[in-house]
Design a protein around this ligand. Structure first.
Ligand code: WTA
Length: 641
């Protein structure tokens, strides 16, 4: 695969005379103080910072110490005061095609109004709230209103089930939830408020639930706790003075899967994070004042936080925000929106591209996509075939593809071609080079740098402004997960390879975290949910490569004695996972077996199950207690085929 790519660097967009990437990058490495003084001006500071980076207590780095700012001020007031008062901040497109355009002035008014309601409800700086909303304008409004008054929000993706929501409420200690009656998805309604009600049965911190009316679904409103958004938020002209936040005060908390059953509460701050997301968007995509930017992620994931809400608003851009699914009501939905709204930059995921590619070229050909200038991807490695299809059929071989590699923890792009700094020749499937300020290295197990062309683990040798500050309630886990493997460096559990030309190739996770359709899901979270079903005694879960979704979840389960293997049992197990964790966690395949391979100490050997099921060499199985179970896994897979 690599050789094929290396034969194919796309030089079309490369103009060595215009490129200042190397110079900028060098400055960021050699003169970071000067570099960040300049780059930090992407936001307006209420008070300038004193210290660029306080690294006296690693790994708890403090960027821009002493600086004060407000992110909602930077996203809104600043533009309204300048010349962007009447500029569209969002062109919002509903699933049914309805559209709403909200200007910077209009968004500021809504944010002020909602911030006022939060204050009236007793919320104050440092309090935590949960936002559990679909892709409607109230989502960015709520996020920015929190940022305005210093309330730390945790957005929970509206596809999560009640169990996952309850875990996040408990860990965050949220006092309030913002949700809606329902969400539109593929022509159906998902009853969000009902899921909130269920989650609240298991938790005790929440005193108020604000409900947006979106679908008109009937809901249960609990007296004294639940209130309607439209009854509570007064649509007037109120000005809420921004709370001037320290650069290192927390902005939001976003949960992400790790290698245990408990999701990690990634905490991002106000200063470093906003400087990072705004700069990386500029460097990677080079958006112009009049461009229309469409980041087609869900706001509930980090991509949506950084590149639908914070970065584009700080830069004063116009974004498309789309409520629906890219294949509903037809597989040309995405192309239709690009044509109708004359989108200039599209940022989506490899899974979306592969899904649309499967429907064939005729769908993009039905629409005029000529306004597109730049295409982007994020979330998982993009295979060269999908890259080429995107490049040729969507970009008409005229748009560079910006393959951005990053994580919830990194806040924004880490490795990506820098269109804004003069693009390097592209190699399909490579994220090319690091963003300024980022110093990656590819290491072997013992921390030795591997030679060019060899696979190793990617790590970062210095902190960058957008990095997470800590894990909520768990500073020890923060140190252990990211900084223990290679002391003094940030480790993120991805495999990578640097080729002879210095290009980085990201090669997927090295831990037991799955990447399903670009979503990070924990193996153990799924196993825990499986054994919480009444029917299941034991389970082993792993990811199987899939040509569209990247990976799909496969589960092997042992039933409790009183249950028999039939369709009904499997349907019940699926339902339990759907309700508990959410639909994306439901395994594609569930195989029932009598025993699972275990070590003599009783540990289930997930690695062996996976190898046998995928027809690979299982490695050393001499420590197995029961080799017959291996045969059973094989048989189950053969029956399935
Ligand atoms: C993977 C999403 C290859 C990677 C922004 C990472 C990628 C995980 C790419 C983070 C890419 C993301 N090429 N792999 N361009 N982008 N990944 O936290 O394994 O949801 O660790 O953040 O996705 O997923 P997360």
């Amino acid at each position: 695969m690599r050789e094929e790519n290396e034969a194919l660097p796309i030089k079309e967009f490369y103009n060595p005379r215009k490129s200042n990437y190397e110079e900028v990058y060098r400055k960021s490495m050699e003169e970071p103080e000067k570099f960040w003084k300049e780059a930090s001006k992407v936001v307006e500071w209420y008070r300038d910072y004193d210290v660029m980076l306080d690294d006296s207590n690693p790994p708890f780095y403090k960027w821009f110490k002493g600086g004060k700012l407000n992110v909602s001020y930077n996203a809104l007031d600043r533009h309204v005061k300048m010349h962007r008062r009447n500029k569209a901040a969002y062109i919002w497109v509903a699933e049914n095609g309805e559209e709403k355009i909200v200007t910077y002035d209009g968004l500021l008014r809504r944010v002020n109004n909602f911030a006022r309601s939060l204050i009236d409800l007793g919320m104050k700086k440092g309090d935590r709230i949960i936002i559990y909303l679909p892709m409607i304008l109230e989502a960015p409004v709520a996020m920015l209103a929190c940022a305005r008054i210093g309330v730390v929000f945790s957005f929970v993706f509206a596809g999560y089930g009640a169990g996952a929501l309850a875990d996040r409420i408990k860990d965050s200690g949220a006092k309030l939830i913002v949700t809606s009656d329902g969400a539109n998805r593929n022509g159906k309604v998902v009853e969000l408020k009902k899921i909130v009600d269920e989650a609240l049965e298991e938790t005790s911190s929440v005193g108020t639930v604000i409900v947006v009316k979106r679908t008109g679904t009937s809901v249960n409103m609990e007296e004294g706790r639940d209130i309607w958004w439209h009854d509570t938020v007064k649509d007037g002209q109120t000005h809420v003075e921004p709370e001037w936040m320290d650069a290192n005060d927390p902005l939001y908390l976003l949960y992400s899967s790790g290698t245990t059953g408990k999701p990690k509460g990634v905490l991002h701050g106000n200063g470093g994070y906003s400087v990072w997301v705004a700069n990386t968007l500029k460097w990677a995509f080079d958006p112009q004042e009049d461009d229309r930017w469409w980041c087609a992620a869900d706001i509930g994931w980090v991509t949506g936080h950084s590149y639908i809400v914070f970065a584009p608003l700080i830069l004063g851009l116009t974004s498309i925000m789309f409520e629906g699914a890219i294949t509903y009501p037809a597989p040309d939905r995405m192309w239709e929106i690009i044509e109708k709204y004359r989108v200039n930059i599209l940022y989506t995921s490899p899974t979306a591209i592969r899904t649309l590619m499967r429907y064939g070229d005729r769908y993009p050909k039905m629409h005029d996509l000529s306004t597109l200038k730049t295409l982007g991807t994020v979330g998982e490695p993009i295979n060269p075939a999908a890259w080429k299809w995107y490049y040729e059929n969507v970009g008409n071989s005229k748009c560079p593809i910006i393959d951005t590699y990053w994580q919830t923890e990194t806040g924004g792009c880490m490795i990506a071609p820098s269109l804004g700094l003069g693009l390097p020749p592209l190699k399909p499937g490579s994220g090319t080079f690091p963003m300024p300020g980022v110093e990656p290295v590819v290491l072997d197990e013992n921390g030795k740098e591997v030679p060019a062309g060899q696979k190793g683990y990617i790590a970062y040798k210095r902190p960058w402004p957008g990095m997470l500050m800590t894990l909520n309630n768990d500073p020890e886990r923060f140190k252990q997960v990211y900084f223990e493997k290679y002391p003094g460096m940030y480790f993120c559990a991805d495999y990578a390879m640097k080729d002879q030309d210095g290009y980085y190739w990201l090669l997927g996770r090295s831990d037991e975290v799955l990447n399903v359709s670009g979503h990070r899901l924990g193996t153990i979270e799924v196993e825990d949910a499986l054994i919480s079903s009444r029917e299941v005694a034991e389970s082993a879960v792993f990811g199987k490569p899939d040509s569209v979704k990247g990976e799909v979840i496969v589960a092997f389960v042992v039933l409790k004695d009183e249950f028999v293997n039939d369709r009904e049992v499997i349907a019940k197990i699926r339902k339990n996972i759907r309700e508990n964790l959410g639909p994306i966690y439901v395994p594609e395949e569930i195989h029932i077996v009598k025993t699972l391979p275990k070590t003599r100490s009783g540990k289930i050997m997930r690695r062996v199950v996976k190898a046998v099921a995928l027809n690979q060499f299982p490695g050393d199985i001499s420590t197995l207690e029961n080799t017959a179970s291996v045969e059973e896994v094989k048989e189950a897979i053969e029956e399935f085929r």
